[in-house]
Design a protein around this ligand. Structure first.
Ligand code: FAD
Ligand code: NAD
Length: 396
């Protein structure tokens, strides 16, 4: 048929927002839209630190895609993308092929290991529902193992590599969970160590120093040890090697040292930096007028020429802009330039504690924690309205 085919890869923040906008803005029979995702659910990545530590149920961090999109307007295909072929305008799935006129790539990033030996094999990542269920079970299992081999205190040492926002949010939750686990397994809390290792001269490099100081104090009070200015050099089955060869024994290493673009992007032949495509002002891959790249796979520069950090906030805005430009392309109307508008940054430090900068002001403690809840609820509202807020929202 002559109806243009739009294929959206990935139902993350970028893919879902593009889909929701398209189903609202496109007229009947104006385009054929297909959304492809590995799972039949969308996961709320920004909540994953909680189920990873076991302070929340993983079910609260995922939503069935059928509850989000209108399947009369968008075809959903549950499959894994294995190759993108821009030269043929095709996408190869594990179980089939799709051809497209417009392609939107929202496959999310991958853990960046910087080639550090052993990290890929022996460390765990906070990435998906499956990866956080593994972390949660693994942590509980270490307590059970320790009860059988009480001389193995290394079973009770938990290492988090990287004190970016992901690492900091996770240790906040982990520090809340440990006393619960100690009670459940009859373990003396003083035997447990939570060590956050950060290579840079400060935790949360680049963030407001006063708030960083506050965050470290809150976390230290909860029992976290920081090793700042200390790089992880290697990860082994028995722990990590840091700095000038010091070994820290642990059976649990969670790597939160950074994110890169999806391998499928560079394999497709796009020009990338750390796996990300420097998109044009309309969010398209250079040289490809029909391919949009969103979220953690895109690289957008600020007016000073530095790349913005990849966030859910940005992926969502890009999804809205991308849907607008797809509709405009189909209708032969002018495209709209994408400009990032920061609404601020708020990071949780566990129950009742957070830090943040928003509306040009700094927040910490309970007020910041409340702001974080409000941001989480707002997202549920945007993608699924009041019913989703009531089903998955946390209000306490
Ligand atoms: P993602 O949301 O990662 O989605 C990618 C989708 O593609 C997934 O559904 C995945 O299953 C699917 N997929 C991947 N590969 C394939 C394949 N081969 N075939 C088919 N489907 C595939 N950002 C903020 O702005 N605020 C926050 O508070 C915040 N908190 C965070 C907390 C944590 C613990 C983490 C890890 C990140 C946080 N971020 C936050 C960053 C934010 O989550 C990411 O920037 C955002 O998820 C990127 O969105 P995306 O659309 O690019 O991809
Ligand atoms: P990141 O890249 O922001 O932080 C990684 C940290 O690991 C850095 O501080 C880096 O110095 C450190 N590191 C790198 N190599 C190391 C090594 N060998 N040894 C020790 N430390 C090392 O990654 P992230 O925290 O996963 O965040 C990814 C993106 O998601 C960012 O853009 C972030 O802003 C966003 N995010 C936002 C929130 C929020 O707003 N609440 C929460 C989580 C993530």
């Amino acid at each position: 048929s002559s109806i243009p085919k739009i294929v959206i890869l990935g139902a993350g923040y970028g893919g879902v927002l593009t889909s929701l906008r398209l189903q609202k803005e496109l007229n009947y029979n104006e385009a054929d839209v297909t959304l492809v995702n590995k799972h039949d659910y969308h996961y709320i990545t920004t909540h994953l630190h909680m189920p990873a530590a076991g302070t929340d149920n993983p079910e609260n961090a995922r939503v069935n895609i059928s509850k989000l999109i209108d399947e009369f307007k968008i075809d959903f295909v549950k499959s894994t993308v294995v190759q993108i072929r821009p030269q043929d305008r095709k996408v190869i799935l594990e179980d089939g092929t799709l051809s497209y006129d417009y392609l939107i790539v929202g496959l999310g990033g991958e853990p960046e290991t910087f080639g550090i030996p052993g990290l890929g094999e022996h460390a765990m990542n906070i990435r998906s529902i499956n990866s956080v269920r593994l972390i949660r079970e693994h942590i509980e299992y270490q307590f059970a193992r320790f009860k059988r081999e009480p001389h193995r205190t290394d079973f009770l040492t938990f290492i988090v590599g990287g004190a970016g926002f992901t690492g900091i949010e996770f240790i906040g939750e982990l520090a809340d969970r440990i006393p619960e686990l100690c009670k459940q397994f009859d373990v003396d809390t003083s035997l447990v160590k939570i060590i956050n290792i950060e290579a840079a001269p400060t935790a949360l490099p680049g963030f407001d120093p006063e708030l960083v100081e506050y965050a470290m104090q809150v976390l230290q009070k909860k029992g976290v040890t920081f090793r700042i200015g200390t790089a992880i050099k290697e990860c082994t089955p028995d722990g990590v090697v840091v700095g000038e060869g010091e070994e820290i024994k642990s059976q649990t290493v969670i790597w939160t040292g950074g994110v890169r673009g999806n391998r499928l992007i560079e394999e497709a032949g796009f020009e990338t930096m750390r796996g990300r495509v420097k998109v044009d002002e309309f969010l398209r891959a250079p040289g490809h007028e029909n391919i949009y790249i969103l979220g953690d796979n895109s690289l957008v520069f600020n007016p000073e020429g530095r790349p913005y950090p990849p966030t859910a906030q940005m992926a969502m805005q890009q999804g809205v802009n991308c849907a607008h430009n797809l509709v405009a392309s189909i209708r032969n109307q002018p495209l709209k330039t994408y400009t990032y508008v920061s609404k601020g940054t708020v990071a949780s430090l566990g129950k009742g504690e957070a830090i943040g900068v928003a509306f040009g002001k700094k927040y910490k403690g309970r007020l910041a924690a409340w702001l974080k809840k409000a941001i989480d609820l707002r997202y549920l509202f945007i993608i699924g309205g009041i019913p989703l807020v009531l089903r998955k929202g946390k209000f306490l």
